[in-house]
Design a protein around this ligand. Structure first.
Ligand code: 8DG
Ligand code: MG
Ligand code: MG
Length: 152
């Protein structure tokens, strides 16, 4: 089997927070991930990010920019994904709806610092959210990623 391409979206509000949800029903169930999904044939990263965000949350996004990519091998599930991380801005006050409740237990706003603290707590077995593997790898690759989120 060949690796697949997933797109994860930082949907930022005016306070620099973004949306995170707990995955349900597929690989990574019980872990917290950004909205996103598979890149379809012929699609741009921007189109995929906007489409998946709209399908999953009802939110529109603008100023989409490419951030970075990570390589994730899900050993147990025998899956291999390249994740493209994109970031963009949602309208002030806009709120996500949980439009795919079979796949996500609900959306919450979170900041980079909170997410980082959660990841560190979880890694040292002292609470915190269990993050979806591509996000854990993003922290490994770019611990100081916050700067790149604030320029969007
Ligand atoms: P789709 O069929 O609508 O395209 O996909 P989905 O139902 O939204 O599936 P998903 O599990 O949310 O996303 C598709 C795959 O993308 C997922 O199996 C793993 C991969 N993926 C990454 N990184 C990320 C990420 O940060 N967020 C999300 N949601 N998916 C990601 O590799
Ligand atoms: Mg999805
Ligand atoms: Mg989807």
């Amino acid at each position: 089997m060949e690796p697949k391409v997933g797109v994860g979206v930082f949907a930022l509000n005016s306070e620099g927070q973004f949306i995170l949800g707990e995955r349900k029903g597929s690989h990574g169930a019980g872990t917290w991930a950004l909205p996103g999904g598979h890149l379809e044939f012929g699609e741009s990263f921007e189109t995929c990010a906007a489409r998946e965000l709209l399908e999953e949350t009802g939110l529109q996004i603008r100023n989409l920019q490419f951030l970075t990519a990570v390589n994730s091998v899900f050993e147990k599930e025998k899956k291999h994904y390249i994740t493209i991380f994109m970031a963009g801005i949602v309208d002030a006050g806009a709120q996500p709806q949980n439009l795919e409740p079979e796949k996500c237990s609900g959306w919450e706003w979170i900041s980079w610092d909170e997410l980082k603290a959660d990841n560190e707590a979880h890694m040292s077995s002292s609470g915190g959210r269990n993050l979806f593997l591509p996000l854990v790898e993003l922290f490994r690759q770019r611990p100081t990623f916050k700067d790149q989120l604030s320029y969007v």
